[in-house]
Design a protein. Structure first.
Length: 239
């Protein structure tokens, strides 16, 4: 991206924090995106990288209605984020509904631009990762980070255990970035309602897609194992 385009900053970022964090709620007694990590709520980490990347004309925070005050209180306590402006969007019952609500709020914005979508449950997004994916938007209509499967893989069902060839298999991560109009199109197709991420909709629709090499640091906090990983990270010195 050249300097002039950078100045225009037409692109939009959407941070998803409207989930219930059900799988970890019993262990944490708080939704995982609000878990305090080294003194601040987890969702503030990826948000800080989105802000510091300076790539977006606006950043939407998609959250549950009951969490509005909590989100705002966390922002006010943060020395960088308290000075920033965000759009607050109420999420839906599913991740798809939350993204749809964000898209509705963006509609009406003129011109061609990209929208970055990121799970707040993947807190360790870096500014470099934001810039790397945003620099490649001219190459495809849909982009995602992903990592090749490192472990062996089997399927277990009524017939027993069958190993699968892990060659060519990837774990899909976020951030994912889309041409805004194309993503709106994907969300208009009821056949894609069953997807758990947005890149898969683009793949199904035969859009021009670009998977990019992600990093294990973009892991999603989902279950108890991830909490163990978090506590290890908090005792490691950061560079
Ligand atoms: N998400 C969202 N709106 C929803 C569901 C999920 O914005 N209705 C967001 C979550 O906040 C999270 C991301 O989508 O950042 C990935 O979802 P997941 O890891 O499943 O988080 P939760 O749905 O919160 O967790 P759980 O499924 O255990 O309830
Ligand atoms: Mg969920």
């Amino acid at each position: 991206m050249n300097a002039q385009n950078k100045l225009k900053r037409k692109d939009v970022a959407v941070l998803l924090l409207a989930g219930k964090g059900e799988r970890l709620y019993d262990a944490l007694k708080v939704k995982k995106q609000f878990l305090e990590f080294d003194g601040k709520a987890l969702f503030l980490y990826p948000l800080t990288s989105l802000v510091l990347s300076k790539r977006f004309s606006k950043i939407l925070l998609v959250h549950a209605e009951e969490d509005r005050k909590k989100v705002q209180d966390c922002l006010l306590k943060d020395p960088i984020l308290r000075k920033e402006k965000f759009e607050f969007i109420i999420g839906g019952k599913t991740r798809n509904e939350s993204v749809r609500n964000a898209l509705k709020a963006i509609k009406g914005k003129k011109g061609n631009f990209s929208v970055l979508i990121h799970d707040a449950a993947r807190p360790f997004l870096t500014v470099k990762q934001v810039s790397f994916i945003m620099d490649k938007t001219y190459r495809a209509e849909a982009l995602t980070y992903c990592i090749p499967l490192a472990d062996s893989l089997f399927r277990q069902d009524g017939k027993g255990i069958a190993y699968l060839d892990r060659k060519n298999l990837y774990l899909v991560q976020t951030p994912q970035v889309f041409d805004f109009d194309k993503l709106v199109e994907l969300y208009q197709n009821p056949d894609y309602e069953d997807t758990t991420d947005d890149f898969s909709k683009a793949v199904r629709a035969g859009m021009k897609t670009l998977p990019l090499p992600g990093d294990s640091s973009l892991f999603k906090i989902t279950g108890k194992d991830d909490l163990a990983l978090l506590s290890m990270l908090s005792v490691l010195p950061s560079d």
